[in-house]
Design a protein around this ligand. Structure first.
Ligand code: ARG
Length: 283
């Protein structure tokens, strides 16, 4: 018996003795609560971690018709949790406040297609990488844009504070008036559709998925080797080594037993490491 269950048993026993004493004192109005003394003590409840995710980022995280949060990231974290022996509760959390919510302790971890960057590492801790990504340019079908450098003087839509935002800010300069920042990547892509921007720069998996699922938008994508390779990590509050170790252990376990590959294939149709970038699963 672990010390917690021992303590519990003693608590239950103490309560039962107290009820007997009360009963003996003739306090009849209140029937003593049924003493669960014979029942086995309930197993210690599993720890439930609150997971922040900006669920406007299919196929990684989005809300289905029933407003449930679903996606590749969600299934990866659920599989990790099952291995590591904790429960997870996903809470839709706007990207712009997501790191703050973690720092404040409102979320225990984040899974939100978050790219591991040196700058972010200063203020948060990342799990081992679980997904490879890169920036990708979305333009309208007839566009002459052929490479990233072509965007230097054009109107470009990005999601505020993402690595796409960083890349375009670096290209155009901090004070550029041509960068249109949106609170979500789908909003930036809608703006491209309506002609408000000439291009959108965002994570390849999300752009490919959006273009495939919005044929009416008449988009095409442009890749460029100039974009640095990115990797996604699960994020914990700086210093939360215990949870980080659990996440890394769980991640290694789902990679080793094939469950990671299964989830990957469900969303991207090919085994990880296959040459093709994230392809769109119409989910
Ligand atoms: N990978 C990019 C970054 O870390 C964008 C992630 C945005 N994620 C989201 N769920 N909106 O900056």
């Amino acid at each position: 018996m672990s010390s917690i269950t021992t303590r519990r048993f003693l608590q239950v026993a103490a309560v039962s003795v107290a009820s007997l004493v009360l009963a003996a004192c003739g306090k009849k109005e209140e029937a003593p609560a049924a003493a669960p003394v014979a029942a086995a003590p309930a197993p210690a409840p599993m720890k439930v971690y609150t997971v922040g995710t900006d669920a406007a980022y299919a196929p990684f995280e989005s809300q289905n018709e029933k407003a449930e949060i679903v996606g590749f990231d969600i299934e990866v974290v659920q599989a990790i949790a099952a291995k590591a022996g904790f429960e997870v509760k996903f809470v839709n959390t706007p990207w712009e406040g997501i790191f703050n919510a973690l720092a404040q302790g409102d979320r225990d971890l984040l899974v939100s297609a978050v790219t591991i960057t040196d700058e972010r590492k200063q203020s948060m801790d990342f799990s081992d990488p679980y997904f490879d990504a890169a920036q990708l340019i979305a333009v309208k079908d007839g566009s002459k844009i052929a490479r990233f450098a072509d965007l230097k003087k054009l109107k470009v839509g990005v999601q505020t504070g993402t690595t796409g935002d960083e890349a375009v800010t670096k290209l155009q300069g901090k004070n550029s008036k041509d960068i249109k920042r949106f609170e979500s990547t789908p909003l930036a892509l809608k703006e491209l559709e309506s002609g408000g921007v000439d291009a959108v720069v965002a994570d390849n998996g999300v752009v490919v998925h959006y273009v495939a699922n919005n044929p009416g938008g008449k988009f095409k994508t442009v890749s460029d080797k100039e974009f640095v390779p990115e990797q996604y990590g699960i994020v914990v509050k700086k210093g939360n080594a215990e949870l980080l170790a659990q996440l890394n252990k769980g991640l290694a376990a789902i990679k080793a037993d094939g469950s990671y590959d299964k989830i990957y294939a469900k969303y991207f149709g090919a085994a990880p490491g296959a040459a093709a970038p994230a392809t769109a699963a119409s989910k």
